[in-house]
Ligand binder design. Structure first.
Ligand code: ZN
Length: 275
């Protein structure tokens, strides 16, 4: 495993730390795969009662890493996909975006996301699956994917986390929600001063770790099963498919599966024309 996701166990708490601060913890395939491995490791470790997900640097996560690899035509060019349709992208996003978030949400042990600074688009897919979210007073959340021709990230937590009206406003306007507003809406548990964030979250994790593990697991399960009974899994899967449908729409209209990728492709075409 690389150093871009750090893992350590202290006081029966698995501390998982995103460690790409130089790119604001943008999520590349390696980061996501390592992160998923950490979640699984914590689930299997009998010593662990609570999972704490935090991020180094000023910002929690800037979302998916959309940097175009050197010499590649777009961000997904490194993948061995059928480029005539969205089959490859659908399967990739299902396994690495949607199912990862679902799996983290269904991890049997309690989890806490510790969020500072920006949490943009796919950043939400890292914190929403956690059971609790503690945010610094300078944290903010946004899903501006509408500017890419997409109505929200792959994991549609919006409506569940914010309620339908605020979810629509977030998607329609692409504007930020502050930590304070997110707390008012019930998406964030606690807002604390930035310099106290990690200590506060760690103490909260210790408080939880003092409880019996099986009781914690059942407490989590009873809440999650309530949402499952309300139809959350089917609603999330349906929203994921709508998301993919929009990638197809972008592809038909522009030759790339999102507006951002289109810009990359057109830039590449221009540079090719010059050379
Ligand atoms: Zn997507």
């Amino acid at each position: 495993m690389s150093d871009i996701v750090q893992y350590e166990v202290r006081d029966q708490i698995a501390v998982i730390t995103l460690n790409r601060p130089e790119v604001h913890n943008a999520q590349n395939p390696e980061l996501l795969e390592d992160l998923d491995a950490c979640w699984t490791r914590a689930a299997k470790d009998d010593e662990v009662k609570v999972i704490l997900l935090q991020a180094n640097g000023k910002n929690f996560s800037a979302g998916h890493d959309l940097a175009v690899p050197e010499g590649k035509k777009d961000v997904f060019a490194g993948f061995d996909w059928d480029t005539r349709g969205i089959t490859g992208q659908y399967l990739w996003e299902q396994s690495h975006y949607f199912e990862y978030s679902r799996r983290w949400r269904n991890n049997p042990k309690p989890s806490i996301a510790v969020v500072q600074g920006a949490c943009i688009a796919a950043g939400l897919m890292l914190c929403w699956p956690c059971d609790l979210i503690v945010a610094s007073d300078n944290a903010w959340f946004s899903d501006p994917t509408i500017v890419m021709g997409i109505a929200g990230v792959e994991y549609h937590g919006h409506t569940w986390e914010l309620g339908p009206r605020k979810a629509k406003q977030m998607l329609f306007t692409a504007e930020k929600i502050t930590a304070q507003e997110a707390a008012k809406l019930g998406m964030v548990n606690e807002v604390v001063p930035a310099d106290e964030l990690r200590d506060y979250a760690y103490k909260l994790a210790q408080k939880i770790a003092a409880q019996d593990l099986f009781s914690l697991m059942m407490a989590k399960r009873v809440v999650n099963q309530t949402m499952d009974t309300m139809g959350q899994p089917a609603a999330l899967q349906a929203a994921f498919d709508v998301h993919e449908f929009q990638h197809a729409q972008c592809l038909i209209r522009s030759g790339a599966t999102s507006a951002v990728l289109t810009r990359d492709v057109s830039r590449l075409k221009k540079s090719n024309e010059k050379s």
